[in-house]
Design a protein around this ligand. Structure first.
Ligand code: DDH
Length: 291
């Protein structure tokens, strides 16, 4: 080989087990939120991917464009700069790793480390050099809206009602921050543990409008410490969504399994993987085993 050929490692040379370990080491921090960056990493992977439209095949996690304007400045992405900054050391330690792969793998590792299911993940996302290919703002869901809006947003990505409910079960994790979204508080009593608690609480607690100066949100009548967004309440108000809320509230294993499948699909929207057999979209089991 000519001198200099191997200066930059190719993605297949990246040791993704080591990348996973580097991400895991960044999760815990007693001075941050509930003691973990995990929920923020999950939101990062979701917002990187959730811009996809199957109508014109734009958006999605490929490109890693959230690190550039305009996506970095979108209201919906407020606070995610903290996740990207925290992951910067991982990017630097692994030549050949792309931001686009890193943002999605961070979400996968966070879910697994917080007790969630194993999610199939594979590398292959490219980084764009700027944010020129980012779609216009407005592709991520608005928490103030209801079932119709949720369907508009997620059908555009190619999801059905069951997948939508499973995905939003990620609100078992994390909390709302007044300086980011304007909303306040956690959904569950264990915001750093992946579980079906979000669905159980939706059905089992009584929810009332919170009286405060902030945006319209709900609080549990009993303790007033937990919250629901209007868009969360839509999952029990809409009969079709509610059917799946009931299923997942009673069967945590089914939720974990369906979530893993839907989240894997989410992270791959719009990504053209170059597989070893030359096919572009094919799922290549042996490739997964190698990473
Ligand atoms: Fe979400 N989410 N999300 N969400 N989300 C917020 C936080 C987190 C909506 C609104 C909000 C998903 C779907 C929806 C996570 C994961 C996922 C916040 C608070 C708002 C508002 C942000 C802040 O103030 O810090 C709406 C609306 C929807 C919808 O679909 C209708 C999905 C699909 C996921 C996913 O991961 C698959 C996570 C995790 C958080 C907690 C972040 C944190 O910092 O903690």
């Amino acid at each position: 080989t000519a001198p200099g050929d191997n200066k930059r490692a190719t993605p297949s040379k990246v040791d993704y087990d080591q990348v996973r370990k580097s991400i895991s080491a960044l999760l815990d921090d007693n001075n941050y939120d509930d003691g973990s960056y995990g929920p923020l990493f999950v939101r990062l992977g979701w917002h990187a991917s959730g811009t996809y439209s199957h109508i014109d095949s734009t958006g999605g996690s490929n490109g890693g464009c959230m690190r550039f304007e305009p996506e970095s400045g979108w209201g919906a992405n407020k606070g995610l700069n903290l996740a990207r900054e925290r992951l910067e050391s991982v990017y630097r330690a692994h030549p050949g790793l792309t931001y686009a792969d890193l943002y999605t793998l961070a979400a996968v590792v966070a879910i697994e480390e917080m007790g969630g299911p194993t999610i199939k993940w594979r590398p292959g996302r490219d980084d764009h050099k700027d944010g020129k290919k980012s779609p216009a703002d407005g592709r991520l869901p608005d928490a103030a809206q209801g079932a119709q809006h949720i369907r508009d947003i997620f059908y555009r990505m190619g999801f059905n009602d069951q997948e939508i409910v499973a995905l939003i079960g990620a609100h078992s994790l994390g909390r709302c921050h007044p300086d980011r979204s304007g909303y306040e508080g956690p959904w569950t009593n264990a915001p750093t543990t992946f579980s079906n608690e979000f669905f159980r609480l939706l059905l089992e607690e009584k929810w009332q409008l919170r009286r405060w100066k902030g945006p319209k949100q709900y609080e549990d009548v009993k303790t007033k410490t937990l919250m629901m967004l209007p868009a969360d309440m839509a999952l029990i108000e809409d009969p079709e969504f509610r059917k799946y809320v009931v299923q997942y509230a009673t069967d945590g294993d089914k939720f974990a399994k369906d979530f893993a499948a839907a989240f894997e699909k989410l992270l791959e929207l719009g990504v053209e993987f170059k597989t070893t057999d030359g096919s572009r979209h094919g799922k290549n089991e042996s490739f997964w085993k190698r990473i």
